[in-house]
Structures are given as C-alpha cells and as structure tokens.
Write a protein that binds this ligand. Sequence first.
Ligand SMILES: Nc1nc2c(ncn2[C@@H]2O[C@H](COP(=O)(O)OP(=O)(O)O)[C@@H](O)[C@H]2O)c(=O)[nH]1
Ligand SMILES: [Mg+2]
Ligand SMILES: [Zn+2]
Ligand SMILES: [Zn+2]
Length: 424
Amino acid sequence: MLCRCPLCLQDLGEGQQIARFCPSHPDSSEQFLVSDAAGDAVACPMPGCRSYGLVGSQGLMLRHVGCSYGRNPFWDEQTNKVSVNEYIVSPVTSAQEIVGHWEIDTLRLAGQHAPAADMWFPAPLLLKERDAVQARSHVLVDFTGARGVGKTFLAMHALDEAGYKNGAGYTGDFIYSSPAAGGGDGAREFLLTLRLRERMALNQQYDQWIRMSVVRPRNLKVAFFAAERKPAAGQKPPQSGWRQALTVAYHDIAKVFVNEAPRSAHRALLIYDIAGETAERFSHQTIAEHDQHMDVLAVLVSAEDMAANAARELDSVYLARHRLAQIAQSKQHTDGVRCALIVTKCDLWPDRPAEPTLESLKAFAETSTAHPALRDLVRRCLPDNHGGSPLVDRVYFTWPDTSQGTLSPVIHGLEGFVTWCFES
Ligand SMILES: Nc1nc2c(ncn2[C@@H]2O[C@H](COP(=O)(O)OP(=O)(O)O)[C@@H](O)[C@H]2O)c(=O)[nH]1
Ligand SMILES: [Mg+2]
Ligand SMILES: [Zn+2]
Ligand SMILES: [Zn+2]
C-alpha cells in the first residue's frame, strides 16, 4: 500500500504507524502499522460505517503517529492534553469571535477520546497513487512568491465554492497550519485561517483577515471535490466543464482498503504555501526536498510589480526569477513535476488586455516601462533556442471579478488552473 502523510510528506512504510479516529464511533479509535493496513484496518470497523468516504465532521480522520511536522495546534506540552480553544481575537476589530469550522469539533472530540500530539487529517488524503489511466485523485501544489503577492488569497479562494464560476462538485475543505514554535498561542494562526475560511463561506468581510495571516513553515489548504469515474476511452463525456475534468475512480483506491468501497468519494487539491521570503532563506536542499513531492510548482508574481517604477519593497518579479532558477535546477532531478507561473492581481495591471495571454505579457515585457526582470520570466515560459520545452508549462492570469456584487468574488483564472492541476 502506498501511503503518504500530507503533513510531513513522508512515504509511510514498514514500521510506521497510523491511528484512526471515527467521529461517529469515537471509542473504536485504533493505532496500527502501515504494513498491516492492506485490508480494512484503515476504515472504521463498525458495521455499515461509511466515515471513510466522508470529509467533514462525520468523516474518518487519520494521524501519522510520531509525525515530525504535523503537530496538533491544540496539543498542550505541559499537561500532555489536547485543549481546544475556539475563540480568536479579531485582528481587525480586536473583538472576540468564535471559530465555527468542523475541524474544531473533530479535534475536540478526538482530543477527548484519543488524545495525541499529532495532527489528524481526513482519511482521503492518505493515499499516494499514480494511476495513468484514471485522472488523479490527489494533486500536490506548491505556491511560492513574495509576501503580499496573493498566495493566501488564491489558496483560500480555491477552497471557496463561490471562488469558481462553476463550483459544482466541491465537497469540503481541510486546513492545517503548523503551530508557532516556543509557547504562546501556538494555535492562533490555525484559528485565524479557519475563521477566514468561515468568513468567506458566510460572505462576511474577510479581506483584512487575509492580510493578517502569516506564513508558517508549512501551511496546507485542501479543497475536496466529488469524484466521478472517467468515461472509458472513446466515450464522450456527458457534460463539459470542470466537473467532468475532475473525474476519478475513487472505487479503485477505496478497494485497497475495504472490500465494499464507500459510496462517497473525493479528490483533493492540496495547496502548500511556502513563503517566498522563507524560500530565499531556506537552504536549497530543504526546498529541493519539498519540491520533490509536489506535482505542480506554482510561482506567483503580482501584476502590481510589472512596471519598472513600481519598486515595492518586496519585489515579486525578482523573487519569481530567483525561484524559477531554483526550479530549473531541481526539475532536472524530478520526473513529471509541472510548473506554472501565475500573474496575480491583474485587476491592478493598468491597460490590461481583456483576456491576457503569454503573448500580451511578452509584449508588455518588451516595453520601456516594464520591470527589467520581467523578460527573464517570459523567457522561462518560451521554448529555448534549441526548441526545448519551456520550464514553465502554463501561465495563468488571475484577478477577482467583482461584477457579481458579492463579497466573495469569482476569481478569474482560478478554475482553469485547478482543472489543469488535476490533469496528469
Ligand atoms: N486587487 C487585488 N488584491 C489582491 C489579489 N490577490 C490578493 N490580493 C490582496 O493582496 C493582499 C495580500 O494577499 P495575501 O494572499 O495575503 O498574500 P501572501 O502574502 O502571498 O499570502 C491582500 O490584501 C489580498 O486581499 C488580487 O487578485 N487583486
Ligand atoms: Mg499568506
Ligand atoms: Zn465509524
Ligand atoms: Zn507525517
């Protein structure tokens, strides 16, 4: 069985242990060796329980026992207990707010019945599978870019059904943020992100909350989508659109674990947010290790910085150039990893073409007002002089489309990006 922990990104094999927790049967929680899990050990043993196929408050949770990264933000070192706090002081108004995300309830319940220092994650995130025939059920995406480029904004909108033009098929979310080191309120960042998610879902003001979020060594945001079986070769898909593109044979995965596959099924988009400034500071080795596990490396650059005179303190163009050079190095050693350049905040691009393309970016980069390093980014998107394929496989342009009049805008370009991520 191929298992991977979504938090430390380790392949879990011989000798590694997993624990399971079913919120509907909290006392049937168990710990087992990965090597024993080929049968039904992963699923909840209670007759008829379908928690394996669910994400959310009813869904089965797993934990990598002794995980080096995935600390439960509510774990209290002093008392060796889980102490869940669902209150957060708003960074905007300083008023206290309650966080109403499903993870809070699950972590509290698990803390009462099966306390542990490791973080729990939804069961469908565990499997590592590469099936050339079926569409992917997991895609691991890395977001890098300068602070303020819009990583959190884009990742959170990818979790928001309303963030897409056609959000059909969205089934749930999961958020993780490593707790702050060295005492204090280690869970604050985690709570802040959960509350931000809740505010977006409820269409409450959230923009200022996005800005207050800081970057931890590893932030993970997962969007789950309904899985459907890919039509057999030669068969035309019954409907177009991205829901069709997001098809997967979940049954094939599930039967690895249980004889009767659960009915409900998910595919997961896992977005890892590593700060550009962290990326610069980290040794290349650490970044390279992280990159090894990713399916898609997305480099974000802000349209605000595309003009030569913009000169913000944290220039996302220079950072993107640095990052692409780094990827060019690591891509030589990793098979199958794809790279995307995302130009964010195109609403702030003066005289932006109605439908920006690589061609329009190239044309802009050649003007005298363009940022001097923009040409280097464009060069990475084009075939080299010998006709070799470019480092950057795709370029996306994103901006919020507020014409619907809701607080939660549709993000132009996001749907195309997500659909592409799921393509193998
Ligand atoms: N106008 C505009 N603002 C954006 C866009 N994307 C992000 N922002 C804003 O830019 C700021 C920084 O975004 P954030 O996601 O925190 O950047 P991060 O540091 O890369 O995570 C926030 O105030 C966002 O609301 C965009 O496409 N258009
Ligand atoms: Mg951020
Ligand atoms: Zn159960
Ligand atoms: Zn782990």
